[in-house]
Design a protein around this ligand. Structure first.
Ligand code: FES
Ligand SMILES: [Fe+2]
Length: 377
């Protein structure tokens, strides 16, 4: 991969960033505010794999986490055979939340309302006072199961149980699946995670990963000095988006070092925007995974769960990873996310109706088209 990406970056650097050969486009702000569109986008997100939790966060048999995707409460658990399961965290009896804790370990899930219990795969284990409840076996399969797959160090859950399960490798496409494998994702483990409740539409957050026009302005006091101006290798991967941003030192290396000694990938930041709602960013030997969880009804609210994954064989280098984590937690929320919240505030105030999207930002429009393709009727 080093040489392939290196060749493409070298050609791009030689040619220089292309000049715009078509006019900027106009985007009406309702894509960030319309509640009807928002409901359809939520349905699209719920019908596709969501990066729920790092596999290593539920490493032990019996361990579980709970979370909400598109407003639906979910349990992700590992059974005693080591298999991961996902199910709605809603009791089959009368709809109570079964597991209140955010995470833990156990042998069964037991509902606090009337004591029904479930196995770690969600199947109904016991109905309390069964003989007084019904003359026949209660007609329930247990907690509503969701399709769930472990790949690239994460457990991916499809929140809508009525959609056909998607094979993750197919959904990513073989090229991106191979890239993530070569970046070492399958052997990565959770180092840290946090959640941000942000007053903006989820797409304003993904937009920030798809244009680097802002790099030398928004990030002028943080990361901009390490990167060239507006030189990104843009890729499409099966409906998803990728951008490879080389550090200045990579460009020097491509120019000055023999090709067979190039170490390109190590000196790049690569961001992969999976449609809809997940961003995987690779840099400095680790992965930052952003899982966008839009508010169930309000278009201008999003919870973003950020998980940092590090190579399992170097997980003990905690000082290094803590330093990287600190840097990520400063730059992205303070700069990119703050800019997204600022735009949403102006849009919500009615202070702007139409945004200008440049040739160098066209991926934002292409991303919208990809999301549109997934919207239900
Ligand atoms: S709602 Fe869970 S046991 Fe009654
Ligand atoms: Fe940025």
């Amino acid at each position: 991969m080093d040489l392939a990406i290196g060749d493409e970056l070298f050609a791009l650097a030689e040619a220089g960033s292309p000049a715009a050969d078509r006019p900027a486009q106009q985007l009406t702000v309702d894509v960030y505010t319309d509640p009807v569109r928002h409901a359809r986008e939520l349905a699209a997100i719920a019908a596709h794999p969501v990066a729920a939790v790092a596999s290593s966060e539920i490493a032990e048999p019996g361990s579980f986490v709970t979370a909400e995707f598109a407003g639906v409460p979910v349990i992700v658990a590992r059974d005693h055979d080591g298999v991961a399961h996902a199910m709605r965290n809603v009791c089959a009896h009368r709809g109570a939340t079964v597991v209140a804790e955010p995470s833990g370990t156990g042998r069964i899930f037991s509902c606090g309302f009337h004591g029904w219990s479930y196995d770690l795969d969600g199947s109904l284990r016991a109905v309390s006072d069964k003989q007084r409840f019904s003359s026949e076996a209660p007609c329930t399969m247990g907690l509503r199961r969701l399709s769930c797959e472990e790949r690239h160090g994460m457990v991916w859950v499809t929140p809508n149980p009525d959609t056909e399960a998607k094979d993750l490798a197919d959904w990513l496409g073989s090229e991106l699946d191979d890239v993530l494998t070569e970046l070492g994702m399958p052997e990565m483990v959770h180092h840290a995670a946090t959640e941000y409740d942000l007053a903006c539409n989820w797409k304003l957050l993904t937009d920030g990963f798809m244009e680097l026009y802002h790099l030398k302005y928004l990030h002028r006091n943080s990361i901009a000095p390490y990167f060239p101006n507006d030189l990104t290798l843009s890729k499409r991967y099966n409906g998803h988006f990728g951008g490879w941003l080389p550090k200045n030192r990579v460009l020097r290396m491509l120019r000055d070092e023999p090709r067979d000694e190039w170490k390109v990938v190590d000196g790049c930041t690569a961001a992969f925007t999976l449609v809809p709602g997940t961003v995987i960013q690779w840099q400095a030997g680790h992965v930052e995974l952003f899982s966008m969880r839009p508010h169930p009804t309000e278009p201008n609210r999003t919870t973003c769960r950020l998980t940092m994954l590090v190579p399992a064989d170097r997980a003990g280098e905690t000082e290094l990873w803590d330093r990287n984590w600190e840097r990520v937690c400063i730059t992205i929320p303070d700069e990119d996310f703050a800019a997204a919240v600022d735009v949403q505030r102006n849009v919500d105030a009615g202070a702007v109706d139409v945004l200008q999207i440049g040739f160098n930002e066209e991926k934002l429009i292409q991303h919208l088209h990809e999301v549109d393709r997934l919207l239900p009727d």
